[in-house]
Design a protein around this ligand. Structure first.
Ligand code: N01
Length: 531
């Protein structure tokens, strides 16, 4: 049976960097295993129309190598899906990674063999492999959620999930199309396809706050400025809570009168981007301050959408702005002024079933050529649970996490020795500009492996008490935040029936989290059992 020092599951942004670190820095015999037919992870699967990143391009990528950063040119403010894929292919070539990636293999199980201190990995292509260190680089948003709606199996047309969009072109021209879901993905799909479909019916469960992205081509001057400021950017994104280049203003919405306040909101609105939420320091912290931002956004939508009833459905918010992931859009609200776009409010007109030809709601029956599910993910825990992980004493991860995910730092799990997670539940992950957190995790894991090898240690796992303390810390921070005010939020598992309802990522911000991880490393992993 083939045996490796380290096996990495996934060849997206995290898997690629971890492969480079394990193989080229630590000299470990390493293999990455990837379900897809190529590298890219999220950006391999999310090929849906309009797919584009919400983080600004000069901050979305690796910063570990000045050469890699400077030999690549981002041409737009926000990179498109296939641009990011090209970027990752460029990095892969530079580091010569593909020769150590096994594609088209999905992990079906991974079991820890206690007597041998090895992980036994099986794939759907009947590969059976052993390794000392197992590193899950499976992404936080990779388990696509297609809701179990009655009748879906009887539908005769084709249906798609945004996160599993086919490689082959999907022809939507002059088709009658349903789109279920209006999160970040749905808000990008709708304006892109509204131009070509005959009719688009959007099914909205919860109205979302969306800020204009204001994408643009980058001028030569801006590109040169970013390249010249590589070091500054690299340092800055480590210091802001979300890993972006913007920081939160220290001013309060209540320091200003209505006219002054709206002027500041207006300036931030015209600039666009996720930075809108940071134009005052208390928007994301205090309900009354948040209400001012929420009212400003509502007013903008009401002024854009001509049909008053439709505008009302789009602004009937049931949660504070930023308590769910804010979204960016390009002409999303404008499409509701087109004759071929219709909005269905699932709160008052829910889906009863999917029929052979379309969708039946409480008050209507629709016929569709195609259905698009922009219905999100079984976030953070879903991709890990699908690996069928079994730790020491035959402990199944599914059982261990049946009431809540238990990790220390979102990096390791008690009783699962030598198993590392990049961006796991309990880490800032989805609350950040993802590549920034990925680099931090990969570097922490690499340093930890280096420590174990140097000290000639066989295994590492967090103590049960450190994992308990970590869960309590997350709960305390989440309870004090606005995140818990959202009715249905995938941050706390509400979108998946039967999933534990606890806040999953670490909400204390990246710098604070980084400090804690650094301290653990400096103190030689006192919170872990090392043998
Ligand atoms: O998924 P979502 P997403 N019946 O879960 C609705 C990242 N991302 O793919 O709000 C009817 O946000 C659901 O309704 P509700 C980013 O982190 C980044 O859009 O739960 N509707 C919601 O409207 C993002 O946050 C980028 O009530 C149902 C939608 O489907 C994350 O991925 C782009 C339903 C799901 O929204 C996920 O975004 C895309 C049901 N049974 C994604 N179940 C960029 O950087 C769910 N919904 C640009």
């Amino acid at each position: 049976m083939l045996q490796f020092d380290s096996i990495i599951i996934g060849a997206g942004i995290s898997g690629l960097y971890q492969l480079h670190k394990c193989r080229d820095e630590l000299n470990l015999k390493t293999l990455a295993i990837e379900e897809g037919s190529d590298i890219g992870g999220t950006w391999f699967w999310n090929r849906y129309p309009g797919a584009r990143c919400d983080s600004e391009s000069h901050t979305y990528g690796y910063t570990f190598s000045e050469k890699i950063y400077k030999n690549w040119t981002w041409k737009e403010k926000y990179p498109k899906q296939n641009t990011i894929l090209k970027y990752l292919k460029y990095v892969e070539k530079k580091l010569d990674l593909k020769k150590d990636i096994l594609f088209n293999n999905k992990i079906t199980s991974a079991k820890y063999l206690e007597r041998k201190n090895l992980w036994l990995i099986k794939t759907n292509k009947n590969k059976v492999l052993l390794c000392k260190y197992l590193i899950c680089a499976v992404g936080s948003l990779s388990s696509a959620n297609i809701p179990k709606i009655k009748g879906l199996n009887t539908y005769e047309g084709k249906y798609y999930h945004t996160g599993r969009w086919p490689k082959k072109k999907v022809n939507l021209k002059n088709k009658v199309v349903a789109q279920i879901g209006t999160g970040s993905s749905g808000i990008q799909v709708a304006p892109t396809i509204a131009k070509k479909v005959k009719k688009l019916v959007i099914f909205q469960r919860t109205p979302n706050y969306s800020i204009p992205a204001r994408n643009k081509k980058l001028t030569k001057e801006i590109i040169n400025k970013y390249l010249k400021n590589y070091k500054k950017i690299k340092n800055l994104i480590k210091k802001t809570p979300g890993g972006h280049t913007f920081n939160f203003s220290s001013r309060s919405v209540f320091d200003f009168n209505k006219i002054e306040r709206n002027k500041i909101f207006e300036e931030a609105w015209l600039k666009g981007s996720l930075a809108f939420r940071a134009c005052f320091g208390d928007i994301t912290k205090k309900l009354d301050a948040n209400k001012k931002a929420s009212n400003f956004i509502k007013e903008k939508i009401l002024n854009t959408v001509k049909d008053k009833k439709v505008a009302e459905i789009l602004t009937n918010f049931d949660h504070p702005f930023t308590s769910k992931r804010p979204t960016l859009n390009t002409n999303y609200y404008e499409i509701f002024n087109k004759d071929n776009v219709e909005l269905i409010d699932l709160k008052t007109n829910p889906i009863i079933k999917i029929t052979k030809k379309g969708i039946k709601t409480k008050y209507n029956e629709f016929f569709f050529d195609k259905i698009i599910f922009a219905t999100g993910y079984d976030a953070l825990t879903g991709p890990l649970l699908s690996l069928n992980l079994v730790g020491k004493k035959n402990i199944k991860l599914k059982k261990l996490w049946s009431k809540s995910p238990k990790t220390y730092l979102g990096l390791m799990i008690p009783n699962f020795p030598n198993l590392f997670i990049i961006q796991g539940p309990g880490s800032p992950s989805v609350l950040t500009n993802v590549p920034v957190q990925i680099e931090q995790h990969v570097e922490w894991i690499t340093n930890c492996l280096n420590f174990l090898n140097k000290k000639n240690k066989k295994t590492i796992e967090p103590t049960i008490s450190s994992a308990k303390r970590w869960s309590a810390e997350i709960k305390k921070l989440a309870d004090a935040s606005l995140f818990m005010k959202a009715k249905i939020s995938w941050y706390k598992g509400d979108n998946i029936p039967g999933k534990p309802k606890v806040f999953i990522p670490y909400p204390g911000g990246l710098p604070r989290y980084r400090n804690i991880c650094n301290k653990v490393e400096k103190n030689q992993y006192k919170e872990f059992l090392i043998k």
